[in-house]
Design a protein around this ligand. Sequence first.
Ligand code: R5P
Length: 346
Amino acid sequence: MQLYPLESRGVLSIAACNSGKSFAERVIRELCLIAKKEDDNLEYRLRDTQEIVFPNGEVKVVINEFIRGDDFYIIQCIDDPLSDRSVNDNLMALITATHAAYQSDPDHITVVIPQFPYARQERRKTRESISAKLVAKFLEDAGAQRVLTLDIHSEAIQGFFNYAKLEDMHASGEITEYLLNKLKLNKKNLVVTGPDVGSAEKARHYSKRLGTSFAIVDKARDYSKPGEVESMRLVGDVEGKDILIVDDMIATGGTLIHAATLLKENGAQDIYVAVSLPFFNGNAVEKIEQAYRKGIIKLVIGTDAVFWGEAFVKNTEWYEEVSVAPLFAKVIYNINRKRSVSQLLK
Ligand code: R5P
């Protein structure tokens, strides 16, 4: 029993666009567990929303309940493999939902997007848009005051927001816990690497957490051909070692397969892969399946930030899923209860 009433930013109110609904359910389940553990009489609501698609493809989200004064969270999973809605459809639905919230006067509006869209378009190489900055502007203009996301491709995107705060969470805690306690990976023979220089920091972070050495794969891309890798070089010794490749995402799978093949050519033993965002775009699933059958990749560990559904996880021998819903729930809970979140963002 709490002796003093807990501080709060108001009724914790959660709504979701269609593609965010299953993640929202998992987050709410975790929120209930946290509240129970904390012996907290948490006041939360799942708000009813309706996503309407017009015959010309336009979309709008309507919030069917009163949310004035709430601490309001809107959840959307922008790249949703279980729906036929495109990334752009889902982004637009989120923008309309955020603006609908803005019109409805909650005290706080937080957008929860485990996948930040257009994050790989964060700098300009030629006559092209810095699209990640546009996404930040759309969200702010719609009314977002805070954005929660997972392992954003470039942390510099935080600087694209003028007013809203971007909080970037990391799946490494959940994934290392899985590797050590469920998979019981032998750390002694393990080398951690990223499939390119951009992921070297993440690889260093995992290797510190796991207490292993690390290697670097240097990738060059041919930007005239979207999604194509030009060449790769390895810096480090992997002969006879098990490998953990870590990355923020798998999109087409090209980067991963090239890196894993290079590591195998250099004498690596079993190759495990950990990614926060398993998009598996195009024919990535088939490519990874082939690499698994050839013994190049042993296991891919992804998170439910991109939710493939229970059947996929059950039927795909080379894939294991770790949930990041507990992490999002804890951060949302701490924000609502005016507690520190910095430890949870490490
Ligand atoms: C690149 O910088 C990212 O961290 C990923 O390695 C890359 O975007 C994955 O793309 P794909 O799977 O299409 O090679």
